[in-house]
Write a protein that binds this ligand. Structure first.
Ligand code: SAH
Length: 254
């Protein structure tokens, strides 16, 4: 199950933090590190801080976009040192550990961490199913990146130990697997286009519409079948709108 859990660091500035995160990951029995466009990597400072976790660094997957890093994941958890404008379904670190551990039994899961100076962007946070905040001192809430990785990996480890004692109930059986990040992303692009086509949404004046719709869907946790039905509905709506436009267009021409 540990194999199905990815720790994703987005746009890290200090390579020492990448090494520190690798060490934290290995200490807690995890192994998969993804680096999204790190500012300086590979780097000696990463190697020094990784101590004996060089295997985690050697196997780290470096990608350009967050979408690539979370591709294939059906649960994505975003971490944040502070409150954001639109509140999102929230887990505390303990609940996060349990959920990540439970879900890793059946599919890939990602926990994503932001930049040292400004965390994750709203767009990145809106790709997540849940957000997690480590309840730190409100007057000094931001942990060092590698320390935050340590806390959340520790909670996953604790959940695995509690599970070994048979204390974590299994997820209820579901007939269809949960939708994966890339399919959800495709759905949101499709939804936005369909809403433009029917005149509901204006890309030049988007307000918070798409963020709120993303949040609505992440509360529901769509499965693959539901997602494909919804995409079919969007296509039908688009075809209908297209036909109506042609009809009214041709009557105007008369
Ligand atoms: N100034 C940034 C802090 C970034 S700290 C901001 O305001 O968002 C770098 C990263 O460490 C964060 O993006 C997050 O992934 C993690 N982190 C730090 N403190 C955290 C906390 N209290 N809870 C959850 N994640 C935290």
């Amino acid at each position: 199950m540990f194999e199905n859990i990815r720790i994703v660091l987005v746009n890290t500035s200090h390579p020492g933090n990448i090494g520190g995160a690798a060490r934290a990951i290995k200490n807690m029995g995890l192994s998969r590190l993804y680096l999204v466009s790190p500012k300086e990597y590979p780097a000696d400072r990463a190697v020094w801080r990784a101590a004996n976790a060089l295997d985690v660094l050697d196997n780290a997957v470096v990608v350009e976009t967050l979408d690539e890093a979370i591709g294939g994941c059906a649960l994505v958890v975003g971490t944040s040192a502070r409150d954001r404008r639109i509140p999102w379904p929230l887990l505390n670190p303990r609940e996060c550990g349990e959920r990540v551990w439970q879900e890793s039994a059946s599919h890939d899961v990602a926990i994503i961490f932001g930049r040292e100076d400004r965390g994750l962007t709203n767009d990145e946070l809106h790709k997540c199913t849940y957000h997690v905040h480590i309840p730190s001192n409100p007057e000094y809430s931001s942990l060092n990146l590698a320390a935050a990785v340590q806390v959340l990996c520790y909670e996953v480890r604790m959940a695995s130990l509690v599970d070994a004692e048979g204390l974590i109930p299994a997820l209820t059986e579901w007939d269809v697997p949960p939708a994966r990040a890339e399919d959800l992303e495709m759905y949101f692009q499709h939804l936005e286009q369909a809403l433009v086509d029917i005149g509901f949404h204006d890309r030049d004046n988007p307000r918070q519409t798409m963020a709120r719709l993303r949040r609505l869907y992440s509360r529901i946790r769509l499965d693959e079948m539901e997602l494909s039905i919804l995409r079919g509905v969007l296509t039908a709506i688009q075809n209908f709108a297209f036909k109506m436009k042609k009809l009214t267009g041709s009557s105007e021409n008369k």
